[in-house]
Design a protein around this ligand. Structure first.
Ligand code: KIV
Ligand code: ZN
Length: 522
């Protein structure tokens, strides 16, 4: 009899720092990764996949330090089916009170063809690598990558080998987001029925959202007996992303009548971490995103507002406070002090050191001089601007643009680059183009602008604009963000923010997670 289906506790495995960070441009700094890991640990995530230690020195250092600082969560690192990868992973996670090694190999026909292994050779490789991992660590997870496109018999065979070699969790990835809910359930059920020893391990579900079915597929797998969901905050992840943590957690909470499963996640911490992940990854949350979108609890139409005033349950299936959303009011003005700013930012999930607070306070005062009413969203936007200007190699000193109906538009700019003051004047096709040309003139680079996006933070003509910029150079993708009541200034700062990140990535060199070949197991 399968004991899995009797349990009602579903483990939440967060992979924001590994699969999420793999999203092109979502690279986080070391400090940001530690901060996110800390928030995940505090919110009750069972397992944190902290990175891919072999991928780069940076990843190794982040996983090691997250392992050292972890309080409650299991800390997991990813490793390909290579002994060297697994050793490196263990070196990083072994510092955790509860370490886990996660090793994987692509088992589908398409993935088998890449390392050019026969089915038997791959089976041997799985036995060897899982055994090796288990000799190092008691807690081993194994994943047959592209499981949903692997022949059933071969999937059963490889899962059985991994269990016999000591894997304690078997993860079933829908790597390309191809499966549908009914299939997702049937696959877990089939494995539970057919694979000897399946009732002694935990099955995990790892879904990608290419067809928009990741949440449904994960929940269907749970109904069939999976007891671990792999997910990311805001559904961050390559292409259309991974299963969103907030969606599966809230679905099981709100519809506990039909999905009687519990998680250890404190849902009131969802909003804070969602905002932090959006800020540090540079991936804004779409307005109508379930649970954490700006509009998820907004009721615009007259009928809805009337109903809400009479009884909130008419149009609300969960309360905003259940996900940590408090009333958005005018929160601060020009007379607000530093302590009030710190406390409001803490409410919003931003823990600042004294130097950071000093910098943010100066910018807050500048903003309050220009904008009478400062909303929570304004503060969040303020935090999106680079918060470590002293460490930035490129800084904006001043700028002036001439724009209007009669071109060409012109920008004058003064930058501080590595401590030296540089200035230039350029014309362009609009004020943003002229300003970007100034930067390019003073900081030579070959990065290509992939994305330039502007959003108004609040309403009104004095609203701040947040600008996101994504740039690519030699396969390295970085994002920069900034906010200002002047859209052109915000654009320039976002561009400079991205360039500063690019310089850091250039200096660090080494292999990036996206540059390492996931399929290289030979
Ligand atoms: O999607 C996937 O297959 C993965 C594996 C590495 C588990 O992320
Ligand atoms: Zn994945």
């Amino acid at each position: 009899m399968n004991t899995n289906t009797k349990q009602d506790r579903v483990l939440i495995f967060d992979t924001t720092l590994r699969d999420g960070e793999q999203s092109p441009g979502a690279t986080m700094t070391h400090a940001e990764k530690l901060e996110i890991a800390n928030l995940l640990d505090e919110m009750g995530v069972d397992i944190i996949e902290a990175g891919f230690p072999i991928a780069s020195e940076g990843d190794f250092a982040a996983v090691s330090e997250i392992a050292r600082q972890s309080q409650n969560s299991v800390i997991c690192g990813l490793a390909r089916a290579q002994l060297g990868d697994i050793d490196r992973c263990w070196e990083a996670v072994k510092h955790a009170a509860k370490p886990r090694i996660h090793t994987f190999i692509g088992t589908s026909p398409l993935h088998r063809a890449i390392p050019n292994l026969t089915m038997d050779e791959m089976a041997d490789r799985i036995h060897e690598t899982v055994t090796h991992a288990r000799n190092l660590c008691d807690n081993v997870q194994w994943s047959p990558m592209d499981a949903t496109r692997t022949e059933e018999d071969y999937l059963c065979r490889t899962v059985e080998i991994a269990i016999k070699a000591g894997a304690t969790t078997i993860n079933i990835p829908d790597t390309v987001g191809y499966t549908a809910p009914r299939e997702s359930a049937a696959l877990i059920q089939m494995l539970l029925e057919k694979v000897p020893g399946a009732d002694e391990i935990i099955f995990a579900t790892h879904c990608h959202n290419d067809l928009g079915m990741a949440t449904a597929n994960s929940l269907a797998a749970v109904e069939a007996g999976a007891r671990q969901i792999e997910c990311t905050i805001n559904g961050l992840g390559e292409r259309a992303g991974n299963t969103a943590l907030e969606e599966v957690v809230m679905a099981m909470k709100v519809r506990n009548d039909i999905m009687p499963y519990q998680t250890g996640v404190d849902s009131t911490k969802i909003m804070n971490i969602s905002r932090r992940v959006a800020t540090v990854s540079g991936f804004e949350v779409q307005f109508n995103k379930a649970i954490v979108g700006k509009n998820a609890f907004a009721h615009e139409s007259g009928i809805h507002q009337d109903g809400m005033l009479k009884n909130a349950e008419t149009f609300e299936i969960m309360r905003p406070e259940d996900v940590g959303l408090t009333e958005t009011n005018i929160v601060m003005g020009k007379h607000s002090g530093r302590a009030a700013l710190r406390s409001k930012l803490e409410d919003l999930g931003f823990e600042l050191g004294d130097n950071q607070l000093k910098d943010v306070f100066v910018r807050f005062k500048e903003l309050a001089d220009r904008k009478k009413e400062i909303y929570e969203d304004d503060l969040i936007a303020l935090m999106r601007t680079s918060t470590d200007p002293e460490e930035d190699r490129i800084r904006l000193k001043s700028m002036r643009v001439v724009c209007g109906t009669d071109g060409p538009q012109q920008a004058d700019m003064v930058l501080i680059v590595d401590g030296a003051e540089l200035s230039t004047t350029q014309t362009g096709d609009g004020p943003v183009d002229a300003s970007f040309r100034c930067i390019k003139e003073m900081v030579s680079h070959s990065a290509r602008l992939q994305l330039y996006q502007v959003h108004a933070v609040t309403e009104g003509t004095d609203a701040q604009a947040t600008v996101s910029v994504r740039m690519e150079e030699d396969g390295r993708i970085v994002t920069g963000q900034s906010a200002d009541t002047d859209t052109v200034v915000a654009s320039v700062r976002a561009y400079i923010h991205a360039l500063n990140r690019l310089l850091v990535r250039r200096e660090k060199g080494g292999t990036d997670k996206r540059e390492i070949n996931y399929k290289d197991v030979g």
